[in-house]
Each structure stands twice: as structure tokens, then as C-alpha cells.
Design a protein around this ligand. Structure first.
Ligand code: PLP
Length: 422
């Protein structure tokens, strides 16, 4: 007999550091939008690896490409050329409309790369006095976990006991163009932002903000740096979330889905006047741009070139949004949707985000809470219409059960669904 889920959980909690608080489910297999636990129970994966699995688990095209490359060549380091990086770089340039890319592995490394490139560009091209470059960041941001990146996080849990922090990141309110304009000074080299704040709870900027930010950055001669690690590559219903306002940033930061959920692949993309500041020895990574990563990245880019995944995100997202709006007033107090990506705020008097996720888990749906009373929904873009309906039913049922429990606790004698549903 295999190891039970209880034993796996115990092993993990005993031997792995407690830097996460997972839901009590132990997954063993995945296919498309669905995963199976060690006891053989199936779940619809509505977290999709925080959007790394946009193309689903075990996507056949990605698996085939990776398997083929695994047999041929996996790692050369950048001490030598390999036959995948050049084509990958050219194809990613075509997708982003940029002239150059710099490949890394994780999202945080790509953000670090964008920070270093922006600062270097500030000194060498813009002429900012040495050691004074600043990058404006947004409150509520999530850009990763390195010491420099958490230096400008406004999340106490992410920063506590990790100081001293890296200076040079003035913060402004997310989506407030006047605040950005007021924060720009002679030391500013860039504005770093998420076109949709994913970890923040799928927070959408006010309409016009992206276009205004583009205009401001151009006018003030500073770099517009879009962290599209979570929002990019189809999730938002467009190739990039910046496309929502037809905006092209100076630097795209990409990760997660660039590796198709089967390998860590990240990159930044920019024009040569920006990325040209990087010279041999000034930045690098043993694994960045390796042939396996580049081969997987090439397949991801090819899949995005047709527009079919972006279209699926729009179609399924519209269905999800309609269903979620129908739950407002029944325990849902806020809904934000962009593409197949939703932030759902639940009434904290009824249940916490964690409790909602536990209720969904019981009903065969995986999702994750953020900031107490919000859950994020990001099913793989290969989900079916039936999958989305199943998610909506599981949500509605969990809320009905929570209302039932609340009214029973109050001694209310009518069933919750009788007085809450007309
Ligand atoms: N940037 C954004 C917008 C993210 O959402 C994340 C991860 O959630 C990161 C960067 C960090 O990526 P990674 O966890 O691969 O370092």
C-alpha cells in the first residue's frame, strides 16, 4: 500500500520548513485542468500553480517538446552557446515586440534582473548620480521573495525580521497616477508595477491608469517596467495584461507560464537601448537560458502566437464572471475579473477565505485564499465550460452551507437557502 495523505502531510510538516500553510490535500497526478490525490480523488485545479499552469497539467505539446530536449541536451551554462537559446530569444522578441531578452529561471530573478537593468540604464544612459537611482513601486505589490524585493513589500508577513532592507524604492498607492507623478524626481529611473495585482487579490488598476502611466514614463524619461510574471501569457485574456489598454512597457518581466508549469523559465524583454547596458560578467545565472528551458519556452511562445489560449481565457472568463456576479449578496461582497482570473471577496462575517477554500476542497475544487477574506480563481486556460460551471456550483454550495451554519448558530429556524435565495 502506498503512503496515505496523512503520512505525507506529517512527513512534509516534519522535514520541510513551514514557509507555507497548504490545504490538506496530497496530489499525485495531473492532466489538463484536473489533479488526482494519493487516495485517487480528483480535483479541479483552480489555482493552476499561481498561473504557471495556464496550459494545464501535462500539456501534451509541452511534454513532448521537453521529453525530446531532455534526451538531447539540458544544460550548457552560458559559457557556451546552445542551439535553443538563439531561436527562443528571437521568438520571445517576436511575441513581446522587443529587440532583446535576458533569460533567467524564477519570477523573482527576473524582477531582480529588471531592477539591475533599470538602475544601470539610469546611470549609463539617463545620467543619474552614482548610487542614487530609485525605482517607484506600488503599495500592495508582490514581486517575489528576495531580500531586495521584499524591501519594498507592504506585506508585514513577507518582511518581518528580514531587515536591513535595500533602499531606493519609494512607494505609491496602486493605480494612483497623480501619486506616481508626484513621486518622480531626479533619481527616478523606473516605475515597477503589476498591470493586475495578482497576489494582492486580483486588484485591477482604474481604467486609464496603464495608458496614463505609459504617457508619464515617456514624458519624464523613465522606464515603465511591467511585472507580467502572473498576469502575462494569456491569463488576462490577452497575451499581456498591458494589452488591455494597448500599452507597451519598456521592460516586460515574464515567468511562471513561460515554463509551461513543467520547468522554471523566466525572462525580461526590452529594446537594445535598455538591455544593451548588460555586458559580459555583469549579470548571469548557471541555469538561465539553458537548452531545456529554451525549448519549453519556445513551445509556450508558439502556443501563444495563435491567440487561441487568449480567446479561451476571454470566453471562459466571461462565463466565470457572470456566475460570480450572481453570487454577490449571497456571501460574496466583491468580484474582480480579468480574463480567466478572478478575485472574490467573501463576507468575513460568514466565513474566511481559508474556510471557503476548505469548503471548495470538500467539493473537489482547489483554490487559495489571500489576505484573509479573498480567494483567487485562475483555472487552467484548457478548462472546459463544464469545469467553470462545476467551480461555480461548488462555490454556491459552500456559501449556502456557511449561511446554514451561521443561521443555525444564531438559532434561526429557517434554512439558509430558503431566505437567501428568492
Ligand atoms: N512577480 C509576480 C507578479 C508574481 O506574482 C510572482 C509570484 O507569484 C513573482 C514575481 C515571483 O515569482 P517566483 O515565485 O517564480 O519567484
Amino acid at each position: 500500500m502506498g503512503t496515505s495523505s496523512t503520512e505525507h502531510i506529517e512527513l512534509t510538516e516534519t522535514y520541510a520548513a513551514h514557509n507555507y500553510h497548504p490545504l490538506p490535500v496530497v496530489l499525485a497526478e495531473g492532466s489538463g485542468a484536473w489533479v488526482t490525490d494519493v487516495e485517487g480523488r480528483r480535483y479541479l485545479d483552480c489555482l493552476a500553480g499561481y498561473s504557471a499552469l495556464n496550459f494545464g497539467h501535462g500539456n501534451p505539446r509541452l511534454l513532448a517538446r521537453a521529453a525530446e530536449q531532455l534526451q538531447r541536451l539540458t544544460l550548457t551554462s552560458r559559457a557556451f552557446y546552445n542551439d535553443q537559446l538563439g531561436p527562443f530569444a528571437r521568438e520571445l522578441c517576436a511575441l513581446t515586440g522587443k529587440q532583446m531578452v535576458l533569460p533567467m529561471n524564477t519570477g523573482a530573478e527576473a524582477v531582480e534582473t529588471a531592477i539591475k537593468v533599470s538602475r544601470k540604464w539610469g546611470y549609463l544612459v539617463k545620467g543619474v548620480p552614482d548610487g542614487r537611482a530609485s525605482i517607484i513601486a506600488m503599495e500592495g505589490n508582490f514581486h517575489g521573495r528576495t531580500t531586495t524585493i521584499v524591501s519594498f513589500s507592504t506585506d508585514d508577513v513577507a518582511t518581518a525580521d528580514y531587515g536591513p532592507f535595500t533602499p531606493g524604492f519609494p512607494l505609491v498607492k496602486y493605480g494612483d497616477i497623480d501619486a506616481v507623478a508626484n513621486a518622480v524626481d531626479d533619481t527616478t529611473v523606473a516605475v515597477l508595477f503589476e498591470p493586475v495585482q495578482g497576489e494582492g487579490g486580483v486588484i485591477l488598476p482604474p481604467d486609464g491608469f496603464l495608458a496614463d502611466l505609459r504617457a508619464l514614463c515617456t514624458e519624464r524619461g523613465i522606464l515603465m517596467v511591467a511585472d507580467e510574471v502572473q498576469s502575462g501569457l494569456g491569463r488576462a485574456g490577452t497575451t499581456f495584461a498591458c494589452d488591455f489598454e494597448d500599452v507597451v512597457p519598456d521592460i516586460y518581466i515574464l515567468g511562471k507560464a513561460l515554463g509551461g508549469g513543467l520547468y522554471p523559465v523566466s525572462a525580461i524583454a526590452a529594446d537594445t537601448d535598455v538591455l544593451g547596458v548588460i555586458t559580459p560578467g555583469t549579470h548571469g545565472s548557471t541555469f538561465g537560458g539553458n537548452p531545456l528551458a529554451a525549448a519549453v519556452g519556445r513551445e509556450v511562445v508558439a502556443m501563444l502566437q495563435t491567440g487561441e489560449f487568449q480567446e479561451r481565457a476571454r470566453v471562459l472568463g466571461a462565463r466565470l464572471e457572470a456566475g460570480l456576479r450572481g453570487l454577490v449578496g449571497d456571501g460574496v461582497v466583491g468580484v474582480r475579473v480579468r480574463g480567466l482570473w478572478a478575485g472574490v471577496d467573501v463576507d468575513p462575517a460568514l466565513l474566511t477565505g481559508r474556510e471557503l477554500c476548505e469548503g471548495l476542497l470538500e467539493r473537489g475544487v482547489l483554490a487559495k485564499d489571500t489576505h484573509g477574506s479573498t480567494i483567487r480563481l485562475a483555472p487552467p486556460l484548457v478548462s472546459s465550460e463544464d469545469d467553470i460551471d462545476l467551480l461555480l456550483t461548488a462555490l454556491a454550495d459552500t456559501l449556502v452551507a456557511a449561511r446554514g451554519a451561521t443561521s443555525r448558530a444564531r438559532g434561526d429556524d429557517r434554512p439558509a437557502d430558503e431566505h437567501d435565495h428568492p
